[in-house]
Design a protein around this ligand. Structure first.
Ligand code: ADP
Ligand code: ZN
Ligand code: MG
Length: 468
C-alpha cells in the first residue's frame, strides 16, 4: 500500500497592515472589531489597494522555495457565503498565481515539489459562546496570507511533519511569518490518499490541526482508517474531515466542494500584479542564508555533529550568535557544548529568546576555562551572572575572587588538612574503595568554594594517598 500526502499551508505574513487596507494586521489579543475600516468590512464602494510589503514578503517566501515568478499574476474573487466574510468573497489568486514550480528540501535530502505560492486575504473569526450565541470579530479579515501548495510528494505522516517543520524554519528565517501554529499564524490542510496499485487514490482533506504533533497524528489516523476500509473492499469518498484532538480521530465535515462552486473570476477592482526582473532579483539578493544552506556549510566548516547543527540552526538568532562566538573563540565544538547546555538553558529558564549575554563575554568565559583561569563549575556561574547582569566576565571573576587555585603548594596545604580531618575516607580508599577519592575531592572543592583546579586536585590527592 502506498500513502500519498500533499499539503496546503496558509502562512500569515508579518506586515504591519492588512493586504488591501491600512488597518493594523496585528489582530491577536486586540479588542474585537477595532482593526477595521470600510474596505475590510466589505462596505459597498470601498476599494482595495494592494500592500506592497505583503507582495515583497510573499516573493521572499516564494524565492526561498526556489519558485519561478511569472511576470504577471492576478487577483480573483472566490465567492462563498459565511458570516466571517462580509464581502461574500475572498480575494485570492487563482489561475495566475504569484509563484509556481518550486521545491523545499527536507533535512533528509528529499525535495518536496511546490506547486504554487499565492497571496490571499484571511477571513474574520467567529466566536461561539457558551449560551449558544455566535459573535463575529473582523480584526483578522483582510490580513495577508500566502498559501503554499505542494505536489503530492510526501510519503508518510512523519515526512509531512518534517516538511512543516522545515517550512516553518524557512519562513521564520525570512522573518515573513511568526510560524505560531497555536495562534493560527501557520495553518495546514493535509490531503491524503492510499492506494493498493500505486496509482493515486481518492484523497481526503483534513483540517483543524494546530500543532506538528496534530498533523502527524491526524495523518496517521487517516492512513490507518483508509487502509482498513480498502482492505475490507470499501470505497473511499472524496471529502473534507476535521481532526478531533480529544478523540484522536478525524470526523467527516463535508463532501468536498469543487472549485466550480466558488465561481472564481478576476477581481475587477485590482489591476494585474507585475513583477519585473529587477524587483525579483532585488528580493532574491535580500534573502538570508537559509536553514538548509546553513546546515550544509556548518557541517563542512565546523565539522559539528548533525545533532548540534540541528539544535543550533533551529532559530536564526541562535545560529548567528553561535557564529559570532566562534569568530572570537574558534573552537566550534566547545562553543556548541556551552551553548546547548548553558545558554539554551538560561533562555528557557528566563522564558526569553533574547540572548542578553554579549558574544564577546561568552567567548571570554570559554577562553578563561581553556587556559585554566577558572574551572567549569565556576564558569557556569560566571556565564549566568554575565547573562543576567551584562557584566564582563573578568569583572565578575575579580570581584568575587573566583580565579582557579592551581598553585600546587596552596592546594597541597588544603589537602593535608582535608586528609587529616577525614581519616575514615583515607582508610576506605587504601582498602580499595575508589569512591572515597571523589568524596575527598569534594571536600577540597568545598573548602575552596569550588575554585580548586579539578584535574590537579585529583592528581595531587592520588599522589598523597599513595605516599607510604
Ligand atoms: P483540489 O482541487 O481538491 O483542491 P488539488 O489538485 O488542488 O485538489 O490539490 C490540493 C492538494 O492535494 C495538493 O497539495 C496536492 O498535492 C494534494 N493532492 C492532490 N491529489 C492527491 C492525492 N491523490 N492524494 C494526496 N494528496 C493529493
Ligand atoms: Zn481595514
Ligand atoms: Mg485546491
Amino acid at each position: 500500500m502506498r500513502t500519498v500526502i500533499g499539503l496546503e499551508v496558509h502562512a500569515q505574513l508579518l506586515t504591519k497592515t492588512k493586504l488591501f487596507c491600512s488597518c493594523s494586521a496585528e489582530y491577536f489579543g486586540a479588542p474585537p472589531n477595532t482593526h477595521t475600516c470600510p474596505v475590510c468590512l466589505g462596505m459597498p464602494g470601498a476599494l482595495p489597494v494592494l500592500n506592497e510589503k505583503a507582495v515583497e514578503y510573499a516573493l521572499k517566501a516564494a524565492l526561498a522555495l526556489h519558485c519561478e515568478i511569472p511576470h504577471r499574476s492576478t487577483f480573483a474573487r472566490k465567492n462563498y457565503f459565511y458570516p466571517d466574510l462580509p464581502k461574500g468573497y475572498q480575494i485570492s489568486q487563482y489561475d495566475e498565481p504569484l509563484a509556481v514550480r518550486g521545491y523545499l528540501e527536507l533535512p533528509t535530502g528529499k525535495r518536496v515539489r511546490i506547486r504554487r505560492v499565492h497571496l490571499e486575504e484571511d477571513a474574520g473569526k467567529l466566536l461561539h459562546t457558551e449560551d449558544g450565541v455566535t459573535l463575529v470579530d473582523l480584526n483578522r479579515a483582510g490580513v495577508p496570507l500566502i498559501e503554499i501548495v505542494t505536489e503530492p510528494d510526501l510519503g508518510s505522516p512523519q515526512e509531512a511533519r518534517l516538511y512543516m517543520e522545515e517550512l516553518r524554519r524557512v519562513l521564520r528565517y525570512l522573518g515573513v511569518c511568526s510560524g505560531d501554529m497555536e495562534e493560527g499564524s501557520l495553518r495546514c490542510d493535509a490531503n491524503i490518499s492510499v492506494s493498493l496499485d500505486g496509482e493515486l487514490g481518492t484523497k481526503v482533506e483534513i483540517k483543524n490541526m494546530n500543532s506538528f504533533r496534530a498533523i502527524e497524528d491526524a495523518l496517521s489516523f487517516e492512513e490507518r482508517r483508509q487502509r482498513e476500509l480498502l482492505h475490507r473492499g470499501g470505497l473511499l469518498a472524496q471529502e473534507t474531515r476535521l481532526w478531533n484532538e480529544k478523540t484522536g480521530q478525524t470526523e467527516p465535515m463535508r463532501s468536498k466542494e469543487e472549485s466550480e462552486d466558488y465561481r472564481y473570476f478576476p477581481d475587477p477592482d485590482l489591476v494585474p500584479l507585475e513583477i519585473d526582473d529587477a524587483w525579483r532579483e532585488k528580493v532574491k539578493r535580500s534573502l538570508p542564508e537559509l536553514p538548509a544552506q546553513k546546515r550544509a556549510r556548518w557541517a563542512q566548516e565546523y565539522k559539528l555533529p548533525d545533532y548540534d547543527i540541528a539544535v543550533l540552526t533551529e532559530e536564526r538568532p541562535i545560529a548567528e550568535y553561535f557564529e559570532a562566538v566562534v569568530r572570537l573563540y574558534p573552537n566550534p565544538k566547545d562553543v556548541s557544548n556551552w551553548m546547548m547546555s548553558e545558554i539554551l538553558r538560561l533562555l528557557k529558564e528566563g522564558q526569553t529568546t533574547e540572548i542578553t549575554l554579549k558574544p564577546e563575554h561568552c567567548a571570554r568565559v570559554l577562553e578563561m576555562v581553556s587556559v585554566g583561569q577558572i574551572n567549569r563549575t565556576v564558569a557556569k556561574d560566571v556565564l549566568e551572572e554575565s547573562f543576567k547582569t551584562g557584566k564582563a566576565p573578568d569583572e565578575i571573576v575579580h570581584e568575587k575572587g573566583l580565579l582557579q587555585i592551581s598553585d600546587e603548594s596552596a592546594l597541597a596545604e588544603i589537602m593535608t588538612k582535608v586528609l587529616a580531618e577525614n581519616p575514615k575516607a583515607v582508610a576506605d580508599f587504601k582498602s580499595g574503595k575508589e569512591a572515597a577519592l571523589s568524596f575527598l575531592q569534594g571536600q577540597v572543592m568545598k573548602i575552596t568554594g569550588g575554585k580548586a583546579d579539578p584535574k590537579k586536585t585529583r592528581e595531587l590527592l592520588l599522589q598523597k594517598l599513595r605516599e607510604p
